[in-house]
Write a protein that binds this ligand. Structure first.
Ligand code: 13P
Length: 290
């Protein structure tokens, strides 16, 4: 029996309670362990995000499901955890459903709206039958992810309503957010667009992608306007990189058994934990496991 849960209940509670649940993308065992341990320690619900590229890197979706399910049991993780495909293609969504993911994102934002609606509808039906949560996207999110470069447009609130009404669990809508680091001339989030989307979509939990580098006051305002899930990826990667670089530059890998991967990767894992903790505190999900 898997301990994984759909993201539906945690996000409905978050939207009603005016906080957000973090989606933290995973890359390997250290990443996954660091995020799960932090969620358990802080009694926070959490969503583990897996992009198609990261899924491939970790040997495929079944390996990911096996690793996560094993950890949930052996670390005795009792907080709600969803394993979520991030920016999935239609084929990727079907593969993750078959592999045992508990939550799916189908990103049809680059398709004509009719095709996005048609494919999303098909997945709504499958996910409903299986009790999985489904995220849809309207209006592409800028920056680069897995080699795909989006323009960062603002979503059309009427199109958002159309997709929300299909029965998806949560909706990602472009509001000027981008993946990766924000450029110096970034204009900030479009709260006008977010407000208009929330007015049309009501109780639907909204998803803010590109959580790395968004100032705390903008995050808080976005949550007050209906964002209930915030995705963070690059910030954990940068934290891991900085700590690992420091360990090596200080020559620690050359001292004693400092070359042992369990030692070499430890500072990076601790840095991921600190980043996740900071985000969970900012998002307001600490203590919201029950
Ligand atoms: P960042 O890498 O900018 O944090 O974005 C993560 C994300 O939105 C994953 O879908």
């Amino acid at each position: 029996m898997s301990r994984l849960v759909s993201a539906k209940e945690m996000l409905t509670k978050a939207k009603a309670g005016k906080y957000a649940v973090g989606q933290f993308n995973i890359n390997n065992l250290e990443w996954t362990k660091a995020i799960l341990q932090t969620a358990q320690e802080l009694q926070s619900p959490v969503i583990l995000g897996v992009s198609e590229g990261a899924g491939k890197y970790m040997c495929g979706y079944r390996t990911v499901v096996g690793m996560v399910n094993g950890m949930l049991e052996e670390l005795d993780i009792t907080v709600p955890v969803a394993l979520h495909l991030d920016h999935g293609s239609f084929e990727g969504a079907k593969a993750c459903i078959n592999a045992g993911f508990s939550s799916i994102m189908f990103d049809g934002s680059s398709l004509p709206i009719e095709e996005n609606v048609q494919k999303t509808t098909e997945l709504v039906n499958t996910c409903n039958i299986l009790g999985l949560s489904l995220e849809a996207e309207v209006g592409s999110i800028g920056g680069e992810e897995d080699g795909v470069i989006g323009a960062g447009e603002c979503a059309d609130p009427d199109e958002c309503k159309k997709v929300a009404d299909l029965g998806v669990t949560m909706l990602a809508a472009g509001i000027g957010n981008i993946h990766g680091k924000y450029p110096a001339n970034w204009k900030g989030l479009s709260f006008e667009t977010l407000d208009a989307i929330q007015a049309k979509t009501g109780d639907m939990p909204l998803v803010l992608h590109g959580g790395t580098g968004i100032p705390a006051d903008m995050i808080k305002k976005a949550i007050s306007l209906g964002v209930a899930k915030i995705n963070v990826n690059t910030e954990c990667q940068l934290a891991f990189q900085e700590a690992t670089r420091k360990y090596i530059e200080e020559g620690k890998d050359l001292e004693g058994k400092g070359f042992d991967p369990r030692k070499l990767l430890a500072p990076g894992a601790e840095a991921i934990k600190a980043t996740v903790k900071e985000k969970m505190e900012l998002f307001g999900s600490v203590g919201k496991a029950n």
